[in-house]
Every structure is written in structure tokens, then in C-alpha cells.
Write a protein that binds this ligand. Structure first.
Ligand SMILES: [Zn+2]
Ligand SMILES: [Zn+2]
Ligand SMILES: [Zn+2]
Length: 92
């Protein structure tokens, strides 16, 4: 679908803010992907490819995100999650 990671993250940020009817096809795809992942009953844990993709994009965003008040859905949760993982000693 989308080639470059930086482009994907750019589109993610755009689509999170984009509320109007947008003619950008990438924006449209991103919105479709995220509205799917909200409605999906299979989820990435059940093996849904679309949800896995959406999840991956979110994780990559959250890793790079420095925004404390980010518009991207789940971004704050993910950053919180990453923090709590980092604080815990690694248990194998
Ligand atoms: Zn847009
Ligand atoms: Zn799904
Ligand atoms: Zn963010």
C-alpha cells in the first residue's frame, strides 16, 4: 500500500486531524483502516491483517512521538504502555 514509513506517519498525523471531506487518497485509506480497526471483531490478536497494519502504524508513530497532547488515537496509551514496560525488570 504505502511505501515510505515517514510518509505513512505523515499521513497518520494528517488523517488524525483531518475532519473534512478530504480528497487525499492516502488520507482516505488511513481513515478507512482506522475505522475498520474500531469496528473489527477479529482484531490483530485474532489475525486480522488490516488491524495488524493499523496497530503497527500506531506503534511506529508512538515510538517517534514527542507530543504530550497528541491527536493520534491510542498514542498516549501506547506511550504509557511503553513506559511501564521500560520500568519493569525483564522477566523471561
Ligand atoms: Zn485528509
Ligand atoms: Zn480487523
Ligand atoms: Zn502521537
Amino acid at each position: 500500500m504505502m511505501k515510505k514509513l515517514s510518509k505513512v506517519l505523515e499521513v497518520l498525523l494528517h488523517s488524525a486531524r483531518c475532519r473534512s471531506r478530504c480528497s487525499d487518497p492516502h488520507c482516505h485509506l488511513m481513515k478507512k483502516l482506522f475505522s475498520h480497526s474500531k469496528a473489527c471483531t477479529v482484531r490483530s490478536s485474532g489475525g486480522c491483517r488490516h488491524c495488524k497494519k493499523a496497530w503497527l502504524i500506531l506503534i511506529m508513530h508512538a515510538r517517534n512521538c514527542k507530543e504530550s497532547d497528541c491527536v493520534v488515537p491510542r498514542c498516549r496509551d501506547l506511550k504509557q504502555h511503553a513506559k511501564s514496560l521500560a520500568q519493569k525488570p525483564a522477566v523471561v
